[in-house]
Design a protein around this ligand. Structure first.
Ligand SMILES: Nc1ncnc2c1ncn2[C@@H]1O[C@H](COP(=O)(O)OP(=O)(O)OP(=O)(O)O)[C@@H](O)[C@H]1O
Ligand SMILES: [Mg+2]
Length: 305
């Protein structure tokens, strides 16, 4: 595919992706299947922020790992920059790994405690042979530090000498070191102090503007998702039950699960908040058959019937 054709389509297209785990039952008796991801489809445009929300265990992180090929799908396809990467052997994934990066929830667990943060940020440049010369590399690392709002004089420090927010900035600097086009961010602000969360969100937005990045943003905090994401998908038990422009979903949720999820968010207007009713979702109302496609209820707004 030519570069022009590739740039016209979505940066990421996930088609009917499934990941089933077969687990031994109680005391090893019998087997049962956990359908962690069970037929998920969505596409992300260049420079777009696409949110993935849903309760704990709904399959959000598994979807993220499948997109990155950190895990193998049971079935389905992942197209990245026009190329079907679900069929590639792990050995052929290196160029893909350069263009698609991850930012983790817990920056401390992601960092290597015995490696200086400068070397940590510069490591992908070594692995991919981008800046083999140390001086050149350290200049690039310093530029990356500035880009994420860290003082480049701190390159020789170790992770424990940083605050949570600073560590997440280090993780982000490493993620953008190879100039990716897509970043999968799995709950990247959940572990941070509330006062720091907005700063990191702003950093994600600034970098998107500067670098034209697309994000797959996995999150719990719905107010943050509303602020940050252009479109979003709501997951429930391994499936997407609703997908559409963020405002359409917040203003006009159609699926009973989405309605229940949104009704749990406090409204910053006292009059409306006083009248807010929390809805309870009854799973038995979900009638959709396993491979049933979603219905488009408004432009770009899809709901599982
Ligand atoms: N390796 C595994 N083996 C068996 N089951 C797994 C495995 N990994 C995940 N699961 C199950 O798959 C389901 C989806 O997990 P996943 O971590 O994707 O959810 P999540 O939406 O990211 O949840 P959270 O909001 O808590 O992070 C869960 O029921 C989980 O227990
Ligand atoms: Mg998760």
């Amino acid at each position: 595919m030519s570069a022009a054709a590739a740039s016209a389509g979505p940066i990421l297209a996930v088609e009917n992706l499934k990941r089933h785990y077969v687990t031994a039952g109680f005391l090893g008796r019998g087997k049962y299947t956990v359908k962690a991801v069970d037929g998920v489809s969505f596409a992300i445009g260049r420079g777009e922020t696409f949110g993935l929300v849903g309760e704990s265990g709904s399959g959000k992180s598994t979807t993220g790992r499948l997109v990155l090929r950190l895990e193998e799908p049971t079935s389905g396809r992942v197209r990245f920059e026009g190329e079907d990467i679900s069929a590639l052997p792990q050995s052929a994934l290196k160029p893909v790994r350069r263009r698609m990066q991850i930012v983790f929830q817990d920056p401390y667990a992601a960092l290597n405690p015995r490696m200086t943060v400068g070397n940590f940020v510069g490591e992908p440049l070594v692995v991919h042979g981008v800046a083999p010369d140390r001086e050149d590399r350290m200049a690039r690392v310093a530029a990356l530090f500035r880009k994420v709002g860290l003082d480049p004089r701190f390159v020789d420090r170790y992770p424990h000498q940083f605050s949570g927010g600073q560590r997440q900035r280090v993780g982000i600097a490493r993620a953008i070191a190879l100039e990716p086009s897509l970043i999968v961010a799995d709950e990247p602000i959940t572990a941070l102090d509330v006062s720091i969360q907005a700063q990191i969100i702003n950093l994600f937005q600034d970098l998107q503007e500067q670098l034209g990045l697309a994000y797959l943003f996995i999150a719990h905090d719905l107010s943050m998702v509303r602020y940050l994401c252009h479109r979003l998908a709501v997951m429930w038990r391994g499936r997407i039950v609703e997908l559409g422009p963020t405002e359409a979903i917040f203003e006009d949720p159609r699926h009973p699960y989405t309605k229940a999820l949104l009704s749990s968010v406090p409204i910053p207007d006292p009059d409306r908040e006083r009248n807010r009713q929390r809805l309870v979702f009854d799973p038995d109302t979900l009638r959709a058959a396993p491979d049933q496609p979603m219905v488009e209820v408004a432009a770009g707004h899809f709901v599982l019937a």
